[in-house]
Design a binder for this molecule. Structure first.
Ligand SMILES: NC(=O)c1ccc[n+]([C@@H]2O[C@H](COP(=O)([O-])OP(=O)(O)OC[C@H]3O[C@@H](n4cnc5c(N)ncnc54)[C@H](OP(=O)(O)O)[C@@H]3O)[C@@H](O)[C@H]2O)c1
Length: 300
């Protein structure tokens, strides 16, 4: 099965730029505009956000930069997410962290994201976490309303099991375009739990969050991280001096399902390395060396 919408992610063969930590970077608006222009100059075209990032402040932070430089908006594919409700000083009405996939909340959340981002459309809206009270018909109604109003172009999910994905997809009049899941050299489950098989079957690109384990790859002293670092260093040497983070990115990007890793770095040099890394090909034996280090044993 092929369709136009799923090609939107496939047509950007570079990592997505994750802005989860944007409020920590403390860039001024001018610096944020320059940073975004530099990222675009390097070839990145996909920005990943969520309504809750930065204690509900990340979208506004990026939206301020977009308001200062509106021409930037059409130069990239803008992803945001909804359905999580955090306890926060900004949301005193939330007594407990929970999810909300009611039509009223999804539509209101998307409209709030549009205001935060100073834009008239979201290119891709994801359900951030599967809601145990999910009513697939109601989500389909919300998505259709947002699409028909031109407020959201495409829809996807994040952290969904394959059966949750199938359930939602079965009620939608258009295909979902991604499942954004944790996937890295430290977290290989999506290649064994059916998530990535499903994406390949549907010819959609999965997206990989925390591709460097959220920084754990560099710092953690647990046995798995030490084993994986050692393997990445060895493979990096064989490949002519690639760094640990580059081999880790290349390992993800090489998967035939055309996984889109989302780099979470705020440093332009690290983003440049990630973009370059996605062009590198590991040999099959190098790829399995990293897998074995992650899993603690060779494949059977
Ligand atoms: N859908 C979901 O549920 C979900 C969950 C989590 C994240 N996400 C998305 O995925 C994105 C990436 O997640 P992540 O931030 O955990 O990704 P990551 O790329 O695995 O980790 C980034 C962190 O590692 C640090 N780091 C240290 N050395 C680095 C190096 N050489 N290269 C790159 N980073 C280095 C970065 O610090 P510096 O800034 O100092 O480089 C940053 O703090 C998020 O921004 C968000 O968009 C989605």
């Amino acid at each position: 099965m092929t369709n136009d919408s799923q090609n939107n992610l496939l047509s950007y063969p570079t990592p997505a730029i994750g802005l989860w930590r944007i409020t920590d970077w403390k860039y001024s608006t001018t610096e944020q505009v320059k940073w975004t222009e530099a990222v675009l100059d390097m070839g990145a075209r996909v920005i990943d956000l969520a309504d809750i990032y930065g204690n509900y402040g990340a979208e506004k932070c990026f939206g301020t930069a977009l308001a200062a430089a509106p021409a930037l908006r059409n130069l990239f594919f803008l992803i945001t997410k909804c359905d999580m409700k955090l306890t926060s000083d900004k949301k005193p009405e939330h007594r407990i962290k929970h999810y909300d996939t009611s039509k009223a909340h999804l539509v209101a959340a998307a409209e709030q994201s549009l205001r935060n981002l100073n834009t008239d459309r979201i290119d891709l809206l994801l359900i951030h976490r599967p809601d145990p009270l999910m009513n697939a018909d109601e989500i389909a109604d919300a998505f259709t309303t947002l699409k028909n109003a031109g407020k959201v172009q495409h829809f996807g999910v994040s952290n969904f099991t394959t059966s949750q994905y199938d359930l939602l997809a079965s009620r939608l009049p258009f295909p979902l375009v991604t499942n954004q899941v944790e996937f890295s050299v430290l977290h290989t489950q999506p290649i064994s739990d059916g998530t990535i098989d499903q994406c390949q079957r549907l010819r959609i690109s999965p997206m990989a969050w925390s591709p460097l384990g959220g920084g754990r790859l560099f710092k953690s002293q647990d046995e798995q991280a030490i084993r994986v670092r050692t393997a990445l260093e060895a493979v990096g040497k064989e490949l002519g001096g690639l760094s640990v983070d580059q081999v880790a990115m290349a390992w993800i990007a090489q998967h035939p399902s055309r996984v889109v890793p989302i780099t979470g770095s705020g440093k332009l040099e690290n983003i440049r390395l990630a973009i370059e890394a996605c062009k590198v090909k590991l040999s099959r034996q190098q790829w399995f060396t990293v897998l074995a280090a992650s899993q603690g044993h060779e494949v059977p």
